[in-house]
Ligand binder design. Structure first.
Ligand SMILES: Nc1ncnc2c1ncn2[C@@H]1O[C@H](COP(=O)(O)OP(=O)(O)OP(=O)(O)O)[C@@H](O)[C@H]1O
Ligand SMILES: [Mg+2]
Length: 390
C-alpha cells in the first residue's frame, strides 16, 4: 500500500501543499520546527483519525484559519485506488472515501495500513503500564477488528463498577447484600469480557513477540537479546501460546468476588487486564529501568518493524513512517536498521531527519528526497554534497 498523492490545506504550518510521494523511500529533512512532524502527523490522522500530539483539533488547523483538510490518494493492491478526504472544522471531522461520507469511524479504521515510530512512542517502554496497554490495544483492534466490541464492553463495565465502588466509599456503614450481589455480577461480566480481551492481546503478541525479539537481535548486531513478557495483574508470566482464557476468567472472577470491602475503600477495581503489563527486558533487566536511550529506541523500533512484517504477511505491505528515528542510534545500528527495512515487504516508507547526513545510508534509486522549509515541501534532485541542504 502507498500514498501516491497527499494534499494538505491549512493543516498546522502547511497553508497549501501537494506532495507526490514515491512508492519507495521518502526521505524528509529540514531544520527544526519546519513541518516534518506535521507531515507525519497528517498521515497518522488519515490512519487513526486522531493526532499523536493533541486531542484538541483546533491546534491542527493553521492559525488564523477556520478549517483544515487532508486529502490523499491511496493505492492498495487489494482495492486499487482510493480517494480519502478528511476535513476538520468546528471541532468536527468530516470524512469521505471515494466521495461517499463515512458514517462510522470503526468502518474506516483499518483502511490505511500504516505504522509509525514517533519519539513519544518511547512511552511503550519508558511510560506507565497504562500507556503501554493503550498502545497495545490500539494495535489489537487494528489486527483483530472484532475484538473492538469486547474491549469497549470491558472498559464500559469497568467504569460502571468503579463508579459504584466510589459511590459506596461515600456511604456510611457496610453496603447491603444486594449491592454485593451487583458488584459480583459486574465482576463476572468483567471476567468474561476481560478474558476475551487478553485472548485478543495474546493472539497479536504470539505474532509480534518473536518478530520483535528477532529484529532487536539483528539491530544489536546479534549481541543483545530482548525478551518481551506479558505479566498478569497477579504477577504471573504468560506465554501467548500457553494462554488459558478459562483459567484467566476464573481467577479474575474469584479475585473480584473476594475482599470487596478493600475495593470499596480504594474506590476502584483491583483485578483484570487493565492491570496487566507487557515487559521489555534485556538480559533479565527491564529496559525501562536499565536501558540506554539507544536500546529503548531500538526496542520500540523492533516492535514497530514487527507490526509491519505482520501486516505484510496477513494484509499487504504497509506504509511505515519514522519520525526522527535515526537520531540517537549509532552508525552500526542505523545501518542494520536500513538493512532490515530492505528485508521487510513495505509498501512505502517516510523517514524524517533534521540532517540529510543522518539518512544518507537510505539514499539511492529507491529513494526520493524532500526538503521541508517553513511549511513548504520541495523535492530535491541534486546528489549529496552538491550544495543544498546539509
Ligand atoms: N496550528 C498551527 N498553525 C500554524 N503553525 C503551526 C501550527 N501548529 C504548529 N505550527 C508550527 O509548526 C512548527 C513545528 O513543526 P514540526 O513539529 O513539524 O517541526 P519539525 O520539522 O518536526 O521540527 P523538529 O526537527 O524540531 O522535530 C512550529 O513552528 C509551529 O509553530
Ligand atoms: Mg519533529
Amino acid at each position: 500500500m502507498f500514498l501516491s498523492r497527499l494534499t494538505l490545506r491549512h493543516f498546522r504550518n502547511f497553508d497549501q501543499q501537494t506532495l507526490s510521494p514515491f512508492a519507495g523511500r521518502n526521505l524528509i529533512f529540514g531544520q527544526n520546527a519546519q513541518g516534518k512532524t506535521n507531515l507525519i502527523e497528517a498521515i497518522h490522522l488519515l490512519t487513526y483519525l486522531r493526532s499523536f500530539r493533541t486531542g484538541r483539533e483546533r491546534e491542527l488547523i493553521m492559525r488564523g484559519r477556520e478549517w483544515a483538510m487532508i486529502e490523499a490518494e491511496l493505492m492498495s493492491s487489494r482495492r486499487g485506488r482510493e480517494h480519502i478526504r478528511l476535513v476538520l472544522r468546528g471541532g468536527q471531522k468530516y470524512l469521505r472515501v471515494n466521495g461517499a461520507p463515512v458514517a462510522r469511524q470503526e468502518d474506516y479504521l483499518g483502511l490505511v495500513l500504516a505504522h509509525f515510530f514517533i519519539p513519544s512512542d518511547l512511552r511503550l517502554i519508558a511510560g506507565e503500564p497504562r500507556e503501554r496497554r493503550a498502545l497495545l490495544d490500539v494495535e489489537v483492534v487494528r489486527a483483530l477488528p472484532r475484538s473492538a466490541a469486547h474491549i469497549r464492553a470491558y472498559y464500559e463495565l469497568l467504569d460502571q463498577r468503579n463508579a459504584l465502588l466510589r459511590e459506596l466509599a461515600q456511604q456510611e456503614g457496610p453496603p447491603p447484600e444486594s449491592t454485593h450481589r451487583l458488584l459480583r455480577q459486574y465482576g463476572a461480566q468483567l471476567a468474561e469480557e476481560g478474558s476475551r480481551l487478553v485472548e485478543a492481546r495474546m493472539r497479536l503478541l504470539a505474532e509480534i513477540i518473536p518478530r520483535t525479539e528477532r529484529f532487536y537481535r539483528k539491530m544489536s548486531g546479534g549481541r543483545e537479546t530482548l525478551a518481551l513478557t506479558y505479566r498478569t495483574y497477579w504477577g504471573e508470566e504468560v506465554a501467548p501460546e500457553q494462554f488459558d482464557p478459562r483459567g484467566y476468567r476464573q481467577r479474575m472472577e474469584q479475585d473480584l468476588s473476594g475482599e470487596l470491602f478493600r475495593e470499596i475503600e480504594i474506590g476502584h477495581t483491583r483485578a483484570g487486564p487493565h492491570r496487566d503489563d507487557l515487559e521489555f527486558a534485556l538480559e533479565g533487566r527491564l529496559v525501562k529501568n536499565f536501558g540506554s536511550q539507544g536500546q529503548m529506541r531500538s526496542a520500540v523500533l523492533a516492535f514497530k518493524l514487527a507490526l509491519c512484517e505482520f501486516t505484510a504477511d496477513y494484509g499487504e505491505p504497509p506504509i511505515l513512517c519514522l519520525d526522527d528515528a535515526l537520531s540517537e542510534l549509532d552508525d552500526a545500528r542505523r545501518l542494520r536498521l536500513v538493512e532490515i527495512l530492505g528485508e521487510i515487504r513495505l509498501g512505502q516508507v517516510f523517514i524524517t531527519a533534521a540532517s540529510r547526513r543522518e539518512c544518507a545510508p537510505l539514499e539511492g534509486q529507491m529513494a526520493k528526497l524532500f526538503l521541508v522549509e517553513a511549511g513548504t515541501i520541495r523535492e530535491l534532485t541534486e546528489p549529496l554534497g552538491a550544495g543544498g541542504a546539509d
